[in-house]
Design a protein around this ligand. Structure first.
Ligand code: PHE
Length: 348
């Protein structure tokens, strides 16, 4: 009986001071396992003198029950503590930078340039709208005063999807589409992809344009010039000048090609070391877009929205977004824009 009492005390203090679930399991084996003193005692009860069997059996059982209970409680406590410690250790600090933390990437040069151009025109009072890349012949050509036999409709320039559906060859179809749903005044720019069957260092089958259209009362060629001068200066530097040369587009009359003074040589055509500037080919001017005053025949397709050449006038222009980016960032070959070579893209 004294041994059992001593065993109980020893076991209780060992269990109380155990510091892990593994340690408790060892103690359970030691004190309650098959070879433990307690189990041996309970098994050997029958060999005891008859009057001792009752009290020893009772005490041994009480010790077993007490130790089992204590072990159960300590196991729960320790397991909860171990879980808490594990959770604390595994906690993720969501405020730490991602892994790998450095290269988050950035916008493609064309996207960046498009947004820069949009911002400039938004600042000048224009709205940004977009239109379909799969377009009816009607909007791509007919409403732009391009008659059925015009060479621009020839197969080598245009991707036809069916006899009257094309991949738009320019953003100009959005001129009529926009005027069809909005009466004058209208001030819009239209960025987007356009498609032509063409491929070399300065042509790709897909490229990007930004169309501009302004129709209001008393709009003149001087307004076109002023807007484009503002654009040229915002994009290429405050010292830029613009030059209008006469040109031809079926949907503008008069039509003008617009050049900006060369930002590489300052407009002289020659570099500081006296050599000829190859960017502007020594001319001091760089062509950046086509434009003109909206032809009255175009208004004819949207007259029921209040477009009357006797009452309103306007200008339109179209420029290559990729070309602007090439000029501004010195990209020598348009195809580089669309090859997705990271060594190229990461530079901008
Ligand atoms: N759409 C013409 C082109 O793609 C450019 C242009 C737009 C010309 C608007 C005049 C007016 O070449």
């Amino acid at each position: 009986m004294a041994d059992l009492q001593a065993l109980r005390e020893e076991a209780e203090s060992a269990i109380a001071s155990a510091s892990s679930a593994g340690e408790l399991e060892e103690l359970r084996v030691r004190y309650l396992g098959r070879k433990s003193l307690l189990t041996q005692t309970l098994r050997g009860i029958g060999e005891l003198p008859a009057e001792e069997r009752g009290p020893v059996g009772k005490t041994a059982n009480a010790v077993r029950v007490a130790l089992e209970e204590l072990l159960g409680r300590r196991t729960e406590e320790l397991e909860a503590g171990e879980l808490d410690a594990k959770l604390a250790q595994d906690r993720i600090d969501v405020t730490l930078p991602g892994h790998p933390p450095s290269p988050a990437g950035h916008l493609h040069l064309v996207t960046h340039t498009r947004r820069e151009m949009e911002d400039i025109f938004i600042g000048l009072g224009f709205n940004v709208v977009e239109g379909p890349e799969v377009e009816f012949d009607h909007y791509n050509f007919t409403t732009l005063n391009i008659p059925p036999n015009h060479p621009a409709r020839a197969l080598q320039d245009t991707f036809y999807l069916s006899p009257d559906v094309v991949l738009r060859t320019h953003t100009s179809p959005m001129q009529t589409r926009s005027m069809e749903i909005q009466p004058p005044p209208i001030y819009i720019v239209v960025p987007g992809r356009v498609y032509r069957r063409d491929s070399d260092a300065s042509h790709t089958p897909m490229f990007h344009q930004l169309e501009g259209l302004a129709v209001d009362e008393d709009i003149t060629l001087a307004d076109l010039r002023g807007i484009l001068l503002e654009f040229a200066r915002a994009m290429f530097g405050a010292e830029r000048e613009v030059r209008l040369r006469s040109g031809y587009f079926p949907f503008t009359e008069p039509s003008v090609e617009v050049d900006i003074s060369c930002f590489n040589c300052g407009g002289s055509g020659y570099l500081r070391d006296g050599s000829r500037d190859s960017l502007c080919k020594g001319s001091g001017w760089i062509e950046i877009l086509g434009s003109g005053m909206v032809d009255p025949n175009v208004y004819g397709f949207v007259s029921d929205m209040g477009y009357d050449a006797e009452r309103v006038s306007g200008f339109a222009f179209g420029m290559g977004i990729d070309r602007i980016a090439m000029l501004k960032y010195g990209v020598p070959d348009l195809r580089m824009m669309f090859e997705n070579d990271m060594r190229f893209l990461e530079q901008f």
